[in-house]
Design a protein around this ligand. Structure first.
Ligand SMILES: Nc1ncnc2c1ncn2[C@@H]1O[C@H](COP(=O)(O)OP(=O)(O)OP(=O)(O)O)[C@@H](O)[C@H]1O
Ligand SMILES: [Mg+2]
Length: 439
């Protein structure tokens, strides 16, 4: 076997050199964790026969696993003693085997196959649920077996952190590692980290220094992005008009209509104490007058009735009901549609392209009031509306109406749909003096 020297930063030396049941490395992006774990396992596997399980919470396909990283490192070091197959990696000399599994897919039957494992590598371990950990930990029972954990911190109460990292005993190694500890950290990553440090110190602490987000105390929106949009001067665009309607659920909430054309949020119309028919009548007026390409209606609760009336009036082609609690379009990333829409709004505000929001202190407060968290599958979730309401004293109706305009991408105006209707411009609605409706 050829003698090849591994390029592993010193801080990871205990992975190979010490015997511990649990070895947990945590920290921010770019700390070198994934590479060092991969290299260390590959080099250990060349010295003696090991059965190694590379696991994460969910592995829908081998592409989700560290199989590619290990293969890339094998190519980089030209480790010709390793054979890479589609599902495994095997050392032809020592017979070391790497297998790749998702913890959630383990059941009573196939978890048995893990009993002979020498080393488990739990990658992205912040995503691992308590249930998965409680099943896995006692299954890895071979004498001298080790559990290696690489993770970025998410919340204070990450299950793996609570179980292994928070109170380490003599069988547990816990090491913090950040990009500043990684001698191989690419310039691009260092640049991104520095930019984040200057522009958003709170995010920097979490993303780059591995600080957990304080539970329930982490904002989705960046205040600066909201201000920037409110200070922007943008000419009206030809993008299709989208209307979002947040329908009042309770007596004290308002029904809010939001009007947006691409990068330009023209404004809001807010109404108190409207019943379903009155909301539908307002919507009908706006649809006839301003010919939106889409109208997204919050259809949870009473809003469903508004959608029924609008459909009955023949607007089915452009009116879309949106259930905030329903499965997200990108279910792997978002807990529900509400989180997805709000995150689309966040991306719109924080993107390279300048966007425009009307100057409105109430809107700023609502947008910046929403805290984010992550569910056990690692998907973005927003805090409950009731919680926000408790803090604000009212529901974030205006911000919800704006978020609704991001429910689905809208590319173009519904063809010919309005041909028989006269042209009108939404901007004219906001040029008139404020009427009886509040803003
Ligand atoms: N041994 C190495 N040789 C060459 N480059 C390396 C090495 N270790 C790390 N790097 C570089 O540093 C980058 C960050 O390393 P790595 O992806 O392992 O960090 P991480 O701590 O797992 O971060 P993340 O949280 O982003 O997954 C890699 O993309 C790679 O460019
Ligand atoms: Mg990594």
């Amino acid at each position: 076997m050829n003698n090849i020297i591994a390029k592993i930063p010193k801080i990871f030396a205990p992975l190979i050199k010490t015997k511990k049941r649990y070895k947990l490395y945590y920290g921010g992006r770019g700390g070198g964790k994934s590479y060092a774990f991969a290299d260390s396992l590959l080099f250990l596997g060349r010295m003696k026969k090991l059965r190694i399980a590379c696991m994460r919470e969910v592995q829908d396909s081998i592409k989700d696993s560290v199989h590619k990283l290990l293969s890339d490192r094998i190519s980089f070091y030209q480790l010709t003693d390793y054979k890479v197959t589609e599902t495994q990696i095997i050392n032809k000399i020592t017979d070391t085997t790497f297998i790749f599994k998702g913890l959630q897919e383990q059941n009573a039957g196939n978890i048995k196959s893990l009993e002979g494992i020498d080393i488990v590598w739990l990658e992205e371990a912040q995503k691992i649920s308590k249930l998965s950990w409680d099943v896995l930990n006692p299954t890895i029972r071979k004498a001298g077996s080790e559990i290696w954990i690489s993770m970025n911190r998410e919340a204070e109460n990450d299950p793996i952190w609570t179980a292994v990292g928070a109170n380490p005993d003599e069988r547990t190694l816990v090491v913090k590692v950040n990009y500043t500890d990684n001698p191989f950290c690419p310039e691009e990553l260092k640049y991104m980290a520095e930019k984040c440090r200057r522009e958003n110190p709170e995010d920097y602490e979490h993303i780059w220094l591995g600080a957990p987000m304080a539970t329930g105390d982490y904002k989705l929106m960046n205040y600066k992005d909201v201000r920037r949009a409110m200070d922007a001067i943008l000419m009206a665009t030809q993008s299709p008009l989208i209307i979002g309607i947040d329908v009042a659920r309770f007596g004290d909430d308002h029904t809010v209509f939001c009007f947006r054309r691409g990068r330009y949020c023209t404004g809001f119309k807010s109404f108190a104490h409207l019943d379903n028919v009155a909301v539908a009548n307002q919507a009908t007026f706006f649809i006839r007058e301003y010919k939106p390409a889409r109208v997204f209606v919050d259809a949870g609760g009473v809003g469903g009735g508004v959608v029924d009336i609008l459909n009955d009036r023949g607007f089915k082609k452009i009116v879309r009901p949106v259930m905030f609690g329903a499965k997200a379009l990108r279910d792997d990333r978002y807990h529900n549609r509400r989180a997805e829409m709000w995150d689309e709004l966040r991306l719109w505000l924080s993107g390279e392209q300048e966007v425009y929001l009307p100057k409105d202190e109430n809107l700023t407060t609502e947008l910046c009031a929403v805290n984010k968290k992550y569910d056990s599958a690692g998907r973005l979730q927003l805090e409950e509306k009731d919680e926000i309401k408790k803090r604000l004293g009212h529901s974030p109706d205006t911000a919800d109406a704006l978020a609704l305009t991001f429910a689905e991408p809208v590319y173009e105006r519904t063809s010919n749909y309005y041909d028989e209707l006269p042209e009108n411009s939404i901007e004219s609605l906001f040029r008139v003096k404020k009427s009886n409706s509040s803003w």
